[in-house]
Ligand binder design. Sequence first.
Ligand SMILES: [Zn+2]
Length: 272
Amino acid sequence: MICVVALTATTFVSCNSDSENVEQDQELAQMGEKLELLGFNIQDLHKTTFNGVEGYAVEGDIFLTKNEIIEMSPAISVSDDVLETEHYRTHNVVTSGRTISVYMDAEFNSTMQAAFDDALARYNALALTIKFQRASSEGADIDVLAEKLAKYRGYTILGRSAGFPDASGNPATPIVLNSDVYNPRRGSIPADAATVIAHEIGHAIGFRHTDYADRSFSCGGSYSNEGAADVGAEYIPGTPSGPEDGSYMLACSNGTDRPFTTGDRTALTTVY
Ligand SMILES: [Zn+2]
């Protein structure tokens, strides 16, 4: 009798976790299909938790919840052309005329605080229709926080953005920078700190990876182009076609400081 109960219990637990796994696999596949329609590279798509919230990481440093993925509408397509490596933005952007407060975690040292000021100054130097202002406490329009980010498939995740602007024109928050890399107990701060901060802010205000159609351009590995016809990426007129070396919105960093290129500036001043 005891044996039967034990067996039943074991079987039940086993069945339960199997069906959960199947459901999770189905959801991952569904999210992948939707993200592909939106023009994302889903090669490294995986389920994860970010800032205490369950969701999906895509293209390495973009975090989206299930609901955000469901609600993202395929926006204006790039006619019927195959996606190229150009500058793209999401359908939603930040409301024009806003001053966006940005908080930098006080845990970061003075070098990082200076890199943060540098990143905001790079945006403000372009006299965009949105401005960035340092906030003195957490709970700003965008918070930049320190958190240890686990490696994924050998990639060191430098930072992560909480997705893209919402339908009301608010930027995404928070941004997390990998504290193993940018808040080290020992060693120096990498040269690309200001670039990586600017990059994650770029996502928060609606910019996509410039090389998302072929991440191998900046990340190495195998060529990967989804070639989707109906995508949620809006091409920014006037930006260069083909992958742009040195763009701050490349999917992977080469470790060097990369101030805005001509194409980056065109993208920013066109959208904002
Ligand atoms: Zn990114």
